[in-house]
Design a protein around this ligand. Structure first.
Ligand code: FA5
Length: 331
């Protein structure tokens, strides 16, 4: 009995000083488990006189039960302490200033492309994507440029081979479309264009153009004017005005250039946007289209000019320089 009491004290102390639940498990294994020391005492029961055995057994069982409850209570306490320590370590200070993630947004030119596509799509025009590295014949020949015509000098470009150029105008897709579809049709394209140009605030060597053209019965300058007016208002608001003046492009007859003005910007001054006209009969005939029945209009303009007019940007070089301070303004 003395041994039981002695061992009980040892185990009580071991439980008291066990600092973690893992240490408690060790105590349990060492003293209370199947091959623990307390159970070991039970094995000696055979050496006792028979009349003492029940008392000894009962005392041993009671002691083990007491120690087990003590241990269980200690484990519960420690678990609680460990959990609070973990909470404390993982605590989030909600009063700390936050770090807002940098959110991306579409480039202002991409926003403009999307709006163009939406607007022209809603007017029934089909999008066509042509290559930036273009055959000379689509960029010039198919557009009714006579050989060595000075109009080509206005669009001096980057030759990659004798027959391949970086396209100077979105109008180059016309020949590709004319070769594959028969009228009536309405198409538009938006994309990069290139010119070997002295770069300044309004001219880049790399820029973007939108080109629009349609062929149908009875198409006249009135359709051109109406479509361009709609387009300009959709892009720049209802106050925008459009002005046409005669101009020459080999692929239209009559040809015009057109400018827009809005009361809010650039003091209401006229700003040239692009060229337009009725598609030259030579081009229609070249593709076997009956010019007695069909006629068409076309217009093309610089995409950069649209956000320049919408936001009062006075230098188109900003658009391709990727300066966040500029780009972040266009949410
Ligand atoms: C043309 O490119 C004709 N293809 C437009 C056209 C289409 C006329 C269909 C008739 C029928 P132009 O060279 O004028 O035309 O250029 C049209 C517009 O593109 C210009 O008004 C300007 O807004 C823009 N642009 C031209 N060159 C540059 C440049 N280097 N940098 C930025 N924008 C330019």
């Amino acid at each position: 009995m003395g041994k039981i009491a002695e061992l009980e004290k040892v185990v009580q102390e071991a439980i008291r000083t066990a600092g973690t639940t893992a240490a408690c498990r060790e105590v349990e294994l060492k003293y209370l488990g199947k091959s623990g020391e307390l159970t070991g005492l039970m094995r000696g029961i055979g050496q006792l006189p028979p009349e003492e055995r029940p008392k000894f057994g009962a005392a041993l069982n009671e002691t083990r039960d007491r120690l087990q409850s003590l241990l269980d209570a200690r484990i519960a306490d420690l678990k609680e302490m460990e959990r609070s320590a973990q909470y404390e370590a993982e605590r989030i200070d909600v009063t700390m200033p936050g770090q807002s993630p940098r959110s991306g947004r579409e480039h202002i030119l991409q926003q403009t492309f999307n709006k163009i596509k939406q607007t022209m799509g809603s007017l029934g025009f089909v999008y066509y994507d042509g290559p930036e590295l273009e055959h000379f014949k689509y960029n010039f020949d198919a557009l009714n440029y006579p050989p060595d015509h000075p109009a080509m000098d206005e669009q001096d470009t980057f030759y990659v081979t004798d027959n391949l150029v970086m396209r100077t105008q979105g109008t180059a897709v016309q020949g590709r479309v004319f070769e594959t579809v028969k009228p009536p049709f309405r198409y538009f394209t938006v994309g990069r264009t290139y010119r070997n140009e002295a770069v300044d605030r309004t001219h880049g060597h790399t820029f973007h153009q939108i080109d629009v053209f349609m062929v149908d019965e009875g198409i006249s300058m009135a359709h051109l004017k109406g479509t361009l007016g709609l387009f300009a208002r959709a892009m720049l608001g209802d106050e925008v005005r459009v002005r046409f003046r005669p101009d020459f492009f080999p692929f239209v007859e009559p040809g015009v250039d057109y400018a827009i003005s809005t009361p809010k910007l650039f003091g209401g001054k006229w700003v040239e946007l692009g060229g337009a006209g009725l598609i030259h009969p030579n081009i229609l005939e070249r593709h076997g289209i009956d010019t007695e029945k069909y006629s068409g209009f076309a217009f093309g303009l610089g995409v950069e000019r649209i956000p320049m007019m919408a936001y009062g940007v006075d230098d188109l070089r900003y658009f391709l320089e990727n300066d966040f301070r500029f780009l972040e303004q266009f949410a």
